[in-house]
Structures are given as C-alpha cells and as structure tokens.
Design a protein around this ligand. Structure first.
Ligand code: DGL
Length: 288
C-alpha cells in the first residue's frame, strides 16, 4: 500500500489536487484536511496561516503521513519555506502561480493571474514574475468572494456568473488571453470561466502538475518503504472503520457538509471525521 500522503487546504480547493493525485496513484493512502473553520485563508496575515499550516502538518504526520502536499497557493505562499525549515526531514510539495507556462503561451503578451490577496502579494508570486514574466504584462486580480462561492457550491447559474464576471471582465478587458488559476478553489469554477471567457482564452491550472510531482515522490517512497520495516508505513496497522479506509477526510468545519461537498465536487463518497482546534494551535479528532 505504501506510505500515507497528507494533503491540505483551507477548504475544498485542494480536492482538485486530491482528485488528480488519486487518479495517478490509486493505491496511495491519503489523509485530507480542510480547515473550514478558518476558510478563507486569503485575507489572513501570513503569520496566522503559518501557525495553522504547521499545526495541520503536525496532525498529518501524527496520523502517519510521510509526504505533505500543500494543496493551496495561499498556504504555499505564506508557509511553504517555513514548513520545510521546521520539518527538514519531510518532503513537501507546494504550489506556485503557473506564470511560467502562461507567459510561454500568450499571443497578446498579457496574462491574467487570478488568486487570493495572500498569493498575489506573496513571495512565490514575486519570484515567478521576476523569473518567467519579464517579457509579458502580468495582470494580477484578487478575486474576492470566489473561495466562499466555491465553498457554497455556487458553480453555475446567474448569480455565479455575475460574481465571476465581476473579476474576469477586468482581466479580459486588459487584453489577457491566458489566465492562470492561482487558487485551487478556482479549478471548480474553470468550466464557468471557460464558457464566459470564450475559446480564444486559455486557462492554466497547476493542479495536475502538482499531483504528478506528488505521485512521483510517493512512488519513490513506496519503493523505499518495501525495504523498510517501519510499521508507520502500513495503514493496516490502524483499527476501526474510518481509520482503516484508504482515504480519510477531515474537516474543522461541519463533517456532513464536507461529505456533501466531496460528493458534489469530486464524486467521492466516504466518512468525514471532525477535527477540533485546541489550545496553542493543536488539532485533534473530535473523538479524541
Ligand atoms: N485554495 C486555497 C488557494 O489555493 C486557499 C484559498 C483561501 O482559503 O483563501 O489559495
């Protein structure tokens, strides 16, 4: 079965990465944490996001994860480097805005980058623009409200369209012909964005590339684990219903709501366990 992979986000956005990862590595046991008690992360100060990310990582490692996928641009921007420093032995896969492929594709010379405040003003964004987008015009757009919209399941219909247009029209009017989805939640708005933007505009979604990278690392770890005897690598060591499942989902919000979101967004069924924030940024399962 191989080692467990911990994947996390503020909410449902990382499920886009999870879905792709589960397709590429169907035997990999996964643990997914959605910190829905705190979603959205985008407007929060980086220090706060770092504290949440560190606590979630500790929880995932305690549950047996041997690889951590930060399935969020906002969390990667605020916390990826500090996490690598705090947990030097743990492999992390994070996400940066996919400015490089977008800059290579544009014909108008203008690319739109759609993301949260934290991502667009964070260090990863500054780095990729400096490295890869010197020759194009980058139009960043903080798409306020989209994360909440996806959490609410508002993906189609009049209201969804109006909310998407409010930001999309601005980047299209600036001449962008390539749009970077720099927030994992936005993957679920991609069909609507594509329809509204029309066939001349292409979208770049880094979720599949992130999942590919994670699957590569997981495969290498699995080969290594076969030669080891560490029982932590084997999920079969756990007892009880959800604990022996191949995929475990956790939320700090409402488990029933998250279960419904799982079904609607990625067609995944399964129990969701409730996580509770304790004192000093600790996380534990509601059952203790
Ligand atoms: N889905 C996350 C991202 O990729 C987090 C969004 C948020 O909570 O604001 O940025």
């Amino acid at each position: 079965m191989g080692p467990s992979v911990g994947i996390f986000d503020s909410g449902v956005g990382g499920l886009a990465v999870w879905r792709e990862f589960a397709r590429l590595a169907p035997d990999a046991p996964t643990l997914y944490v959605a910190d829905q008690a705190h979603v959205p992360y985008g407007p929060r100060p980086p220090e706060e996001i770092r504290r949440f990310a560190e606590a979630i990582t500790r929880f995932l490692l305690d549950q047996g994860a041997r690889l951590i996928v930060v399935a969020s641009h906002t969390i990667s921007a605020a916390a990826l480097w500090p996490l690598r420093e705090t947990f030097p032995d743990v492999p992390f896969v994070g996400i940066e805005p996919a400015v490089k492929p977008a800059a290579a594709q544009t014909r108008t010379g203008v690319i739109g980058v759609l993301g949260t405040f934290g991502t667009l003003n964070g260090p990863l964004m500054a780095r990729v623009v400096e490295r890869f987008a010197q020759h194009v015009r980058v139009v960043p757009r903080v798409c306020s409200g989209w994360v909440e919209q996806v959490e609410a399941g508002l993906l189609e219909g009049e209201e969804a369209e109006a909310r998407v247009r409010a930001h999309l029209d601005v980047v299209l009017q600036a001449g962008a012909d390539v749009l970077v989805l720099a927030c994992t939640h936005y993957t679920f708005l991609a069909p609507l964005i594509r329809r509204l933007a029309g066939p001349e505009v292409s979208l770049v979604d880094p979720a599949p590339a992130v999942a590919r990278r994670a699957a590569e690392i997981w495969r290498a770890q699995t080969r290594g684990a076969e030669e080891e005897t560490d029982p932590g690598f084997n999920r079969g060591a756990w007892r009880g219903d959800a604990r022996t499942a191949l995929h475990r989902f956790f939320t700090t919000g409402d488990p029933l709501r998250f279960q419904e979101q799982l079904r609607r967004l990625i067609g995944q069924d399964g129990p969701v366990e409730r996580l509770v924030w304790g004192l000093k940024d600790t996380l534990q399962t509601a059952s203790g």
